[in-house]
Design a protein around this ligand. Sequence first.
Ligand SMILES: CC(C)(COP(=O)(O)OP(=O)(O)OC[C@H]1O[C@@H](n2cnc3c(N)ncnc32)[C@H](O)[C@@H]1OP(=O)(O)O)[C@@H](O)C(=O)NCCC(=O)NCCS
Length: 184
Amino acid sequence: MEILIRKEKQNDYDEIREIIKSAFKAIEKDDNDFNEWTLAERIRQSEYYINDLSLVAEIDGKVVGHIMFTPLKIKGSNASYESLDLAPVSVHADFQNQGIGKQLVRAGIETAKKLGYKSLIVMGHPKYYQSFGFELASKWKIGLDNNFDSKYLFALELVEGGLEGVSGVVEYCPPFYNEKGELI
Ligand SMILES: CC(C)(COP(=O)(O)OP(=O)(O)OC[C@H]1O[C@@H](n2cnc3c(N)ncnc32)[C@H](O)[C@@H]1OP(=O)(O)O)[C@@H](O)C(=O)NCCC(=O)NCCS
């Protein structure tokens, strides 16, 4: 099975929506317009969209997986640091557990390094992300709030010392928040 990882294109958008829906349907309600598939669309329509870091996995001409990365800020008490967030990532329900997600994450990490990003943040399952070298963000005192105790927030240095001296509360780019300021 040959998997091609490439940048998403406009004529992939409908297929991508179906993939994200199929991957998240157990967790998200279809009638909620603030969900993972509308998140991808809000990101695309925003100034925070990075086409080089919006990738699809294709098998025999069919798009089966998708990943996006967006700029993220780590706000310390005296400084704000630029980082990158990984979300959302989805593999079509019929194609999961065949290594496609891993290839998308690895390709994204390599591109992010080439583009000069120093670190990457992700909220997700410990076992999955630790396999790429992510460590608990709390190690650097990076958190969703000042308690720095999230068990699901992970960070990865993309260059040696990429998070040296960096600590604070993560602030996602605006498409992640609803009008009440709540995080998706
Ligand atoms: C999470 C996801 C992107 C992984 O992609 P994938 O192609 O299915 O996974 P891979 O084949 O690359 O990796 C398989 C490994 O991931 C693990 N895995 C898959 N889904 C997982 C999940 N939801 N939680 C924890 N581990 C998971 C498998 O157990 C397997 O572990 P192993 O290598 O130790 O056997 C995909 O399963 C998916 O779309 N899930 C639903 C949406 C989601 O939860 N997205 C992530 C949050 S943003």
